[in-house]
Design a protein around this ligand. Structure first.
Ligand SMILES: [Zn+2]
Length: 366
């Protein structure tokens, strides 16, 4: 009798846990702005991705007049929420008068279907909007092992760089991708195909990093985009945003800011904002840590001079990280026009960094 009861209890717990687990496979929703001119999937550019967990929505905003073509990626790393929330904000607000902006909010869609093991991270976080709370998934840095298994002992990426096995599932080591490679390499290949077919001039990959990591509050640039990055940095400084400039190391292969520039010859930039929720020094993982960004251990580390960004009691909330990405995007687009006037991209209703910081992210979400 006891054994039967125990078995019943185990089954009930497993059922609840598996429902919770499987709920991660339901994608979040986006409500694109009226300015959307085409809604596609990555598989429209690379059909081998069709019906795979690597396929992901692609939102196109094209102006009536010609101008620059920009690709903006969020969710290359699904545990870096400021990147994809910024991309979602753009998708739900912008209208393009001149040129073209393409937004991919969940670049590694498979990585959004699970969370990093042994981290105890919440699966979702919520943002208050005018019509209630909206929930967003917090995924893992890498592709779901259910979709790509097993990891090799040593991963040799498409450019021949040898990396730890788990990096086989890291989209930002898989460029320029492989048509017949693993799922992550196929996604990278699809993004490269999009870049070429859409004649993209500039690609921007939105990330976050841990406050103890040196590449932070940074613009990482391919050497073909050095002028652009430097001009954008000055523009940002004038507005009170400190960004450091980091050149893309030529020997570090497979990254967006390296291979987009080398292979597709487009300008390539990656931006990083500081996210305590995926750092190693954090205390208890929680929704509040993701959204409000306060953590007493990071505060202490900052006092001890161990961090690369200031971290006070007010923390670094998601709205200020998203604000930084928006300010960065604005400065980059403005600088691109200064350097190459024919690449002008005229965007209307772009969420304003200061406004997002003052009124919260939810005020600009649909
Ligand atoms: Zn990242």
């Amino acid at each position: 009798m006891k054994a039967m009861l125990f078995l019943g209890l185990t089954l009930a717990i497993s059922l609840l846990a598996s429902r919770e687990f499987l709920s991660m496979h339901r994608p979040d929703e986006i409500f694109p702005s009226q300015g959307l001119t085409a809604s596609r999937m990555l598989s429209d550019y690379f059909p081998a991705l069709k019906s795979t967990p690597g396929d992901t929505p692609v939102y196109v905003y094209e102006g009536k007049e010609r101008g620059g073509h920009i690709l903006i990626l969020g969710g290359t790393h699904p545990n870096e929420p400021a990147g994809y929330i910024t991309a979602i904000l753009l998708a739900e607000n912008i209208r393009v008068a001149k040129g073209k902006i393409i937004v991919i909010p969940w670049a590694n869609a498979s990585g959004f279907t699970h969370s990093d093991p042994q981290e105890g991270s919440p699966q979702r976080f919520d943002i208050k909007t005018i019509s209630g709370r909206r929930w967003f998934k917090l995924g893992s840095r890498v592709t779901n092992p259910v979709h790509q298994w097993p990891d090799p002992t040593i991963y040799v990426n498409p450019m021949g760089q040898k990396l730890a096995g788990v990096e086989a599932r890291n989209l930002n080591r898989a460029y320029p991708g492989k048509a017949h490679g693993n799922l992550t390499e196929k996604v990278a290949f699809g993004i490269m195909k999009l870049i070429k077919e859409e004649a993209i001039d500039l690609g921007i990959d939105l990330h976050e990093s841990a406050p103890e990591y040196p590449v932070i509050n940074a613009i990482v640039f391919h050497e073909n985009s050095a002028d652009l990055a430097a001009l954008a940095q000055m523009e940002l400084q004038a507005k009170g945003y400190e960004f450091r400039l980091e050149g893309s190391p030529p020997n570090l292969r497979g990254l967006s800011h390296r291979e987009w520039g080398d292979e597709a010859k487009i300008k390539a930039i990656l931006m990083e904002t500081p996210n305590a929720s995926h750092g190693r020094l954090k205390g208890k993982p929680s929704i509040s840590l993701i959204v409000d960004g306060q953590d007493k251990y990071y505060e202490r580390a900052s006092r001890l001079g161990r961090l690369f960004v200031p971290f006070g009691p007010e923390g670094i909330p998601l709205k200020s990280r998203v604000g930084r990405h928006l300010a960065g995007l604005n400065a980059i687009l403005k600088s691109l026009t200064e350097l190459e006037p024919e690449k002008l991209v005229e965007v209307e209703n772009m969420p304003d960094a200061a406004e997002v910081q003052a009124r919260g992210i939810g005020a600009s979400l649909r």
